[in-house]
Design a protein around this ligand. Structure first.
Ligand SMILES: NC(=O)c1ccc[n+]([C@@H]2O[C@H](COP(=O)([O-])OP(=O)(O)OC[C@H]3O[C@@H](n4cnc5c(N)ncnc54)[C@H](O)[C@@H]3O)[C@@H](O)[C@H]2O)c1
Ligand SMILES: [Zn+2]
Length: 340
């Protein structure tokens, strides 16, 4: 059953009136403990805290062990609850940890980054990186409840906001061009109607997931920009100047639009629009990558079938297409296009 989504942290009060758990653990990182947990404490009955180090490099097996060890040490049972308070790293990893602990304990997702609000915390995908490859281990596991409250965005820095915004642009590109343009028109200097924008993104993602929960077909369109984007993200993971997920996805989407224009005469106006956005907010629209290395990551992508590289692309009529095979040479051409 899909998770119940609520839009205010005060909805936790109603939830806890009708449920009982023997133990409750809140999973957070040092940032969400400082900035987000204080807003939540009055809504959650007696709980314990596991704090892990923030960042994608900690979304791994070792950190999961810490979580499971804390659950065991504190005698968490099948009737206990895990509440994940954080960005996509926490919601992905906490969801994964909950899904396998005693064959699955209940969890609540409280996304606190924009990216987690519009993307990571809904759709039931959980996971961790393994051997430096993104989301290699994971499960499909629905949270009991997901609270998406923009109140948390007040303490999120601009770079993280842009990273989440990238996934919103993705939703616009694949499903609602008017929304895409509406997003591009926003100036981050002015007040933004977050509740409205977030709900538009959630509507797009939820309706796609509802039609294809286990990604047999249509849900693949949500991976738009992610084949090359994930490879670039993995490549940068080892570097000092690591890219945020959404930043890497912006480059992945530009590459996917480039492939779309090559193969299906996709309109170049949208490519320029996305490049301008990227240039404005990421300091440059070009990156420096070792193409051979990035190609190696693309070869390990879960979405490949045999020797074929399968892409989500757009055609000249703006229709989204999935499972489109692209050759290694075509991909290298797209990577060269991104490359400075
Ligand atoms: N499961 C899915 O469907 C799905 C979809 C998209 C992305 N993801 C995953 O999401 C992850 C990226 O998520 P992210 O961008 O949220 O990264 P993140 O979890 O690392 O959070 C970004 C940073 O912001 C901090 N932070 C979070 N909320 C804050 C707040 N309110 N105030 C101050 N600081 C705050 C965190 O501590 C962290 O340092 C990636 O691992 C990606 O693979 C999953
Ligand atoms: Zn993503």
């Amino acid at each position: 059953m899909p998770t119940t989504i609520r839009y205010s942290i005060s909805d936790l009060a109603t939830y806890f009136e009708s449920t009982t758990y023997d133990r409750i653990m809140v999973l957070c990182d040092e940032n969400t403990r400082t900035h987000c947990l204080p807003l939540l404490t009055k809504w959650i009955p007696h709980f314990q805290i596991i704090e892990i180090a923030s960042g994608e490099t900690h979304k791994n097996w070792e950190t999961c062990m810490q979580i499971w060890e804390a659950l065991v040490a504190n005698h968490f049972t099948r009737n206990s609850l895990l509440i994940n308070v954080g960005g996509g790293v926490i919601t992905d990893m906490g969801g994964f940890a909950a899904s396998v602990y005693k064959r699955g304990i209940k969890c609540i997702q409280i996304p606190t980054s924009l990216l987690a609000m519009v993307d990571a915390s809904i759709g039931a995908k959980t996971g961790i990186d393994f051997q430096d490859i993104k989301n290699t281990l994971g499960t499909f596991y629905e949270a009991e409840l997901t609270i998406i409250d923009p109140i948390f965005l007040q303490t999120l820095d601009k770079r993280q906001i842009i990273s989440g915004f990238a996934e919103m642009l993705k939703h616009g590109l694949i499903a609602d061009k008017a929304y895409f343009h509406q997003l591009l028109d926003y100036s981050f200097e002015n007040t933004i109607d977050w509740p409205l924008l977030i709900q538009q993104s959630l509507h797009i993602k939820s309706s796609i997931v509802a039609q294809d929960p286990t990604e047999k077909g249509l849900r693949k369109t949500l991976n738009f920009g992610h084949t090359i984007g994930h490879a670039i993200e993995s490549y940068y993971l080892e570097k000092e100047n690591a890219l945020l997920h959404g930043e890497a996805i912006l480059y992945g989407m530009i590459a996917a639009l480039f492939l779309s224009s090559k193969k299906f005469n996709y309109t170049s106006a949208f490519i320029s629009a996305l490049e301008n956005f990227t240039e404005k907010h990421l300091s440059t629209a070009k990156i420096k990558i070792d193409i051979t290395q990035v190609m190696k990551y693309i070869q390990q992508d879960k979405k490949n079938k045999g020797d074929q590289f399968l892409f989500v692309l757009l055609d000249a009529e703006n229709q989204i297409l999935y499972d489109i095979p692209c050759s290694q040479n075509e991909i290298i051409e797209a990577l060269n296009y991104l490359h400075d």
